[in-house]
Design a protein around this ligand. Structure first.
Ligand code: FIX
Ligand code: ZN
Length: 436
């Protein structure tokens, strides 16, 4: 039991104590798009282009955030979208490296992230071409590299996003139900299509042997529940996730089948199994479809769906993240009213230092240490290194100010308390919430 309490006037000691505690705390990365190597390794030297595990310099540099950014430097009038997409992955990476990292300064968060990754891996981030990095990455093996990245990032578990409505991924699960038996990874059942496009999802379920009707008649409710149980069992999923459609509402008078899906299928199954539903609210997909994954935006959504669900299903638990900066304060206020809500992450376009600082400060002031401040949303394994390096520093800086305010008010801040709070914020709030 370390009962060191701080000299209230010693800000430097406080700062060191908090940064050390946050840096040392293993984090469970509760939402990523990173896959175990058993899903196919397309990283390093591009061994398997159909693999779902992405890593290495060409993947890092062609992250969809950077694709969007390079088209601001070299607009489609100079290099059309088709010309870009017809390039090889290496040619795409060379194009981005030249225009965002060599001829311009990588001042964006996604740009700085690549620099942080390379530096933390012990490489010089100032190379004029990608060849030196390609050589280094070609000498790494996926399994050992995963361990190295997790160690550098301080990540104790990589929580995947497993897309049951992706034919490519679903077939892997059907062929090999043990595909995710890798202690470094845990699975999450992602079911957007069930909520976003029920008729299309119903067609898929019928193809897979579930007796469902578009109008929810007959055995539909029982069969959707069977589908959910089957995949929750197969994946041993620790929660179910949905990126909700624009204008998401609950209840939604214009989408009676969505209300039924939630009320009669999803909520009963998740309550019975004691696992949460992660609501990811505020994306608007494909406003520039030529950019593919980079073509989405975020928009303000109606907070009433969140409090109607939390109030309407008190036996269910809801992880909630919202994509619009404008939704953050009201989400905190709603979470104050419902203990079955876990607010999490600075999602996607909020995953920038200025907004992580603002949002984390707001959350601590309204919720205390009862939320999960961040997830990486990494699509490429190596990104864990920069996303957690950057976020840990900001979370620690915000905590320092909050502890300083407390000390100023006369509260004795101990090293144990600081370590406990870091443990709650970076791992245990989430772990406790998914266990229920
Ligand atoms: O819906 C999601 O899980 C989003 O995070 C992704 O669709 C998005 O492309 C992303 O990776 C954001 O960081
Ligand atoms: Zn995501």
């Amino acid at each position: 039991m370390t009962t060191t309490t701080l000299d209230p006037t010693d800000r430097a000691a406080l700062s060191q104590m908090v940064h050390d505690a946050v840096a040392a705390q293993p984090v469970t990365d509760l939402h990523t798009h990173v896959y175990a190597p058993s899903f196919g390794d397309s990283g390093g030297g591009q061994t398997n282009p159909d693999g779902l595990l992405l890593w290495g310099i060409d993947e890092l540099v062609t992250y969809h955030y950077l694709i969007a950014e390079v088209f601001r430097v070299v607009p489609p009038s100079e290099l059309s979208y088709d010309q870009y997409w017809n390039m090889s992955k290496q040619q795409q990476a060379d194009h981005i490296w030249k225009h965002l990292f060599v001829e311009n300064t990588p001042l964006s968060e996604a740009g700085r992230g690549v620099v942080t990754c390379l530096s933390r891996l012990g490489l010089d981030p100032n190379e004029k071409t990608l060849e030196p990095y390609r050589k280094w990455f070609s000498e790494q093996d996926a399994d050992g590299y995963i361990d190295r990245v997790m160690e550098l990032a301080g990540v104790d578990s990589i929580i995947m996003t497993n897309e049951v409505f992706s034919d490519h991924e679903r077939e892997m699960w059907v062929e090999n139900p043990a595909i995710a038996d890798d202690p470094r990874f845990e699975a999450v059942l992602r079911i957007d299509k069930l909520l976003v496009d029920w008729p299309a999802a119903a067609h898929d379920l019928r193809e897979w042997g579930y007796d469902v009707d578009d109008d929810f008649a007959g055995n539909t409710v029982d069969e959707v529940k069977r589908f959910l149980h089957d995949w929750l069992d197969r994946m041993r999923a620790i929660y179910v996730a949905t990126s909700t459609p624009p204008g998401f509402a609950y209840p939604d008078p214009d989408h009676p089948e969505r209300n039924k899906m939630i009320e009669q299928c999803l909520m009963p199954v998740l309550a019975q199994r004691g696992i949460p539903w992660a609501l990811m609210i505020g994306s608007k997909r494909g406003i520039n479809p030529a950019l593919r994954d980079a073509g989405d935006i975020g928009q303000k959504e109606n907070i009433s769906a969140v409090y109607n669900l939390a109030a309407g299903f008190p036996d269910n638990r809801f992880m909630v993240t919202m994509l619009a900066r404008e939704n953050q304060h009201e989400l905190c206020v709603v979470a104050r009213k419902f203990g079955n809500i876990l607010v999490f992450g600075c999602w996607w376009f909020l995953n920038n230092p200025s907004l992580i600082d603002e949002i984390t400060r707001m959350r601590l002031e309204l919720l205390g240490p009862t939320f999960a401040p961040q997830h990486s949303d990494a699509r490429i394994l190596d990104q864990l290194v920069y996303k957690w390096d950057h976020s840990r520093r900001i979370i620690a800086d915000v905590l320092i100010d909050k502890y300083a305010d407390l000390i100023q008010a006369g509260y004795a801040v101990s090293e144990d308390a600081v370590k406990r709070d870091a443990r709650l914020l970076l791992r245990d709030n989430f772990r406790t919430f998914v266990r229920g």
